[in-house]
Ligand binder design. Structure first.
Ligand code: SF4
Length: 295
């Protein structure tokens, strides 16, 4: 087997482990694949003027989602910090008083007027459609994954493949229906070959997720897999070390509440490593969530 092929296989295995939430091998040792950045860059089309909403937006939703200034491969932590610093969520406390219809309207507006036509990063080039997220606009419990896969890209819905079926079973086991919770991803377009989203893509797209959280204001967020946990918790610690412990999402403060975050393994990882030990760990994480929600 030639060296290039060996490197490709090694890279694929390590990326898959990170996608599934078990990044035991540091990404930094990955053999370099031909980077997207080495391909000729297309000029970004001019930003379209947003249509005026048919109903006035509450003043507490003047949120920033400007495209980031291009930077040459900054360290991952600084990219995440940059994302957090440019998302401003004034008066998040007022969102508690919005009705389910008002919250749904805000989510729909963001989806139709911004996300569905978004071209802020290269992931738009290969997508069939964006995958915004779905569920109850007043959900107490929100699941956050990493990005859409092939089935999600085709259907425009999050977690609809085999991993989605397993997530549905997990939700049912917790005593919820799928429509009771909210399910979203960090990036709204499918990364090619289901690779982990690059930090520039997370930086471009993560603001949509933070705004979804600001509107829904769930009591608990369960992150699925390593990359989602690392974005939400602003950390580079691997999922094996942070799963099963309570963390706090403070981006809505001081006006809004802190939100409890429970990182757990991605359902796709569970499908691949369907061991008693892994199932026990995930179920233990979900039981802690049930207890926190007082169910
Ligand atoms: S991944 Fe997000 S930021 Fe990138 S094009 Fe899709 S919606 Fe826009």
């Amino acid at each position: 087997m030639d060296e290039l092929r060996q490197q490709r296989i090694l890279r694929q295995h390590i990326l898959t482990d990170h996608l599934m939430g078990v990044g035991t091998v540091p990404m930094s040792i990955l053999p370099q694949a031909p980077a997207a950045s080495e391909r000729p860059q297309q000029a970004m089309p001019p930003r379209q003027q947003r249509p005026t909403p048919s109903t006035p937006r509450p003043s507490n939703f003047q949120l920033s989602n400007q495209p980031p200034a291009p930077k040459p491969s900054p360290p991952a932590t600084s990219v995440i910090e940059s994302l957090w610093s440019r998302i401003t969520i004034p008066n998040a406390a007022g969102n508690e008083s919005l009705t389910v219809e008002e919250k749904q309207q805000l989510l729909d507006q963001m989806n139709t007027m911004e996300v569905s036509t978004c071209r802020q990063c290269d992931l738009c080039k290969a997508r069939t459609q964006t995958v915004f997220g779905e569920g109850s606009a007043t959900a107490e419990l929100m699941f956050v994954g990493e990005g859409p896969g092939q089935n999600e890209d085709l259907q425009g819905r999050p977690f609809v493949g085999r991993a989605g079926e397993l997530l549905d079973k997990m939700i049912q086991a917790m005593g919820f229906k799928r429509e009771d919770v909210y399910i979203a991803n960090v990036v709204k377009c499918r990364p090619p070959n289901n690779r982990t989203p690059q930090m520039a893509e997370v930086q471009a797209c993560g603001g949509y997720l933070l705004r979804q959280i600001a509107i829904i204001q769930p009591k608990v967020i369960v992150t699925l897999g390593g990359p989602a946990a690392q974005l939400m918790l602003n950390t580079q610690t691997g999922i094996t070390r942070i799963r099963g412990q309570w963390h706090t999402f403070d981006a809505l403060k001081p006006e809004g509440p802190s939100i409890d975050v429970m990182p757990t393994f991605h359902p796709a990882y569970l499908l691949r490593s369907y061991t008693h030990d892994n199932r026990k760990k995930v179920w233990s994480d979900l039981q802690a969530v049930i207890e926190r929600l007082g169910k």
